[in-house]
Design a protein around this ligand. Structure first.
Ligand code: PEP
Ligand code: MN
Length: 343
């Protein structure tokens, strides 16, 4: 709609969309209101709209992922996982913590170290998707309770994975943000379920997924009415065994051009090797990532999962100092944990 459009003009367009049998989505923006149309299978006749008062333009979304595309929404979507912790704006929050929640003492120690290092959110899996059924599978509900204790102790919001629909409901009761892991990126019933839960979602790229596959998966969540979704690049499988995965940094500017959703980088799973995490985290911020997810364990050598790629606490501290410098060079900032001030 153009700048002069009133509510009456918007309602008129909405009524025509409904009459045509489609669903309207009103999208008020800083400059003007857009009205999205879903439910059409193929190109619709734009002549019906072009003649209506204060319709500025009819844009046909050319991408198969519609609500995720920048054509649908030109401005960045800001995803807020807790008061003061947002992705997609100028700030580049760091989410850090162990791969798995292993005990109450371990996650509280980790949370205190994460906060001291200057990260803004705590990660840690209670439900772990392991390649082997004999590996540590996570503490489940008890792990979620320990995460809540760690949040009470530090004020850090929690990001943790859900592996199935039932688990997602449980995770939504405890966590600030529900992580959908690489192995579940194309679990469409799980994506629909988290779309309906109304909690922010962190969607990781599958290890053999194209960028288009990732955005199509995100569309499932938005189609259920939840646009609080953060995408995550975590490396893809390739022919090269020198590293666990090939960290696709190009995905960051590619996604930012195609979508209004924030995209963060996970250099821990992206490389699989502790000494590669710091350089690739710096590179991710330089590439424009909207956040960084990094594994840090108080005692990586004792970790029950992903110890080899987990930073030592002092490495996380040094990394965040460096990330502040990189972010500053491109006009962005690494926010401090809530309730703390960086001098
Ligand atoms: C994790 O974050 O610990 C994890 C299992 O990640 P991914 O799904 O990217 O392998
Ligand atoms: Mn892990």
């Amino acid at each position: 709609m153009d700048h002069g459009a009133t509510q009456v003009d918007v309602d008129r367009v909405v009524a025509v969309i409904v009459e045509m049998g489609y669903q309207p989505h009103s999208l008020p923006g800083a400059q003007r209101t857009a009205i999205g149309i879903v439910g059409n299978d193929g190109r619709i006749n734009s002549a019906r709209f072009e003649a209506l008062p204060h319709v500025a333009q009819v844009i046909h979304v050319t991408q198969p992922y519609k609500q995720v595309s920048r054509e649908w929404r030109p401005e960045n979507t800001i995803v807020t996982i807790a008061p003061g912790v947002s992705f997609g704006g100028n700030e580049v929050p760091v989410i850090a913590g162990p791969c798995s929640v292993e005990s109450e003492a371990q996650i509280i120690e980790a949370a205190l170290l994460v906060k001291q290092a200057g990260a803004t959110a705590l990660r840690g899996g209670a439900f772990k998707p392991r390649s082997s059924p004999y590996s540590f599978q996570g503490l489940g509900k008890q792990g979620l309770e320990f995460l809540v204790r760690a949040r009470e102790e530090t004020g850090l919001p929690i990001v943790t994975e859900a592996m199935d629909e039932e688990g997602a409901k449980l995770v939504a009761e405890y966590a600030d943000c529900i992580q959908i892991g690489a192995r579940n990126m194309q679990n469409y019933s799980l994506l629909k379920a988290v779309g309906r839960l109304g909690r922010p979602v962190l969607l990781k790229r599958g290890m053999a997924a194209t960028i288009s596959d990732l955005l199509m998966s995100a569309e499932y969540v938005l189609a259920e009415g939840n646009d609080q979704l953060i995408l995550c690049e975590r490396g893809v499988r390739t022919f090269d065994s020198a590293v666990r995965n090939m960290f696709d940094l190009t995905a960051i500017p590619v996604v930012q051009k195609l979508s209004h959703l924030p995209i963060i980088a996970d250099p821990s799973h992206g490389t699989g090797l502790r000494d590669k995490v710091t350089p690739m985290a710096r590179a991710a911020v330089a590439a424009g990532a909207d956040g960084v997810l990094v594994e840090m364990h108080p005692h990586p050598d004792l970790a029950l999962s992903d110890g080899a790629q987990s930073l030592y606490p002092e490495q996380l501290r040094d990394l965040i100092v460096e990330l502040r410098a990189v972010a500053g060079a491109i006009g962005r900032t690494i926010p401090a944990p809530r309730g703390t001030v960086v001098a």
